[in-house]
Write a protein that binds this ligand. Sequence first.
Ligand code: ATP
Length: 359
Amino acid sequence: MSLLEIAGLSKSFKDRVAVDNVSFSAERGEILCLLGPSGCGKSTLLRMIAGIETPDAGAVFYNGDSLTGVSPQNRGFGLMFQDLALFPHMDVYSNVAFGLKVQRIDKKLEVKRVNEMLDLVDMSGYESRKIHELSGGELQRVALARSLAPSPKFLMLDEPFTSLDRTLSESIQRQVRSILKSIGVMSLFVTHDSDEAFTMADKLLFMDNGQVVQVGTPEEIYYRPGTEFVARSLGFKNILQGVTQLEGGVLYIKTEIGCLEINAENSCKFADGHRITLLIDEGGVKVNHLLSEEVKSSNYFHGIVISVSFHGTAYEINTSIRNSSFVFRVHVDQVGAPISPGDEISLIINPKFVRVLTQ
Ligand code: ATP
């Protein structure tokens, strides 16, 4: 059994199912990220794990013991909320010491622990600062120190970086991950930002409509998104419905933009005439100006450019293909001679970058 086991948790509010039979597990030191759109049940799930909300069904096990009926205080779990919930009338020291005072630990130990925590989050020397005298990033670090001071067995963080601007948020995410990893505390982050989830997580849990629809490492999820919902949440746009066609051991998919060859790994999995959903990674397409003498290889398509934009590391080209209304998106490092809206281009899709969604 894993250190933390979530077994079939469910919760409804009147006739609205907020969390529907959710199960997952976490190991010591692991950082999990719960990712999903607004209203999908993330906070309700977190609140049930924390013991603030009573589940209709299911249980939480820590180290093999059921926590059903155990109060939030006695679970020994830490929580850090979006609004950070720091006490504005107290200084930094008193905020970080708060949980230790509740535990009534010896004053010398309290001072030692607060100092350790402030050192850990790089806030030593700020003990007597008032909360309103801190920047956004400093507030986050004090809130983290306060959550970690009582040595929680498990730390839950509900959208902790939402109020920060993008640059600060990215830097704080890296710092927080490194702090959590250095002390080895098992943690669960809640977010609706997939970039944040990818930066923070050892394991991602995708939630939709009250259910966890996919669990995996960032690499597993990125390279094998299970559903269209997960693929779209990751920002993939080239998602197409198709029908399989096996010819001489090669698997082709008939789609609205034309017939696509996909890699051999998938060929053995599907019979002829199978309906599937696939995604084409925006980075797996070779783009060129249309040349009359061009050899028309497999996965060759003829497009008309709709728009081109520069995104720092790549150009994003939106193009129509054949007579389809589908807007196909490509990311390329360099486009040789500039490509402009209205240009006719050739696109060659690398079969390795065509992924079949498993559900
Ligand atoms: P967000 O990202 O916007 O915070 P979420 O994924 O955390 O959303 P929840 O807050 O868990 O979602 O809410 C899930 C569903 O349960 C929503 O439809 C919400 O309106 C409903 N809900 C949550 N708490 C209550 C409550 N106390 N009473 C009634 N309905 C509730």
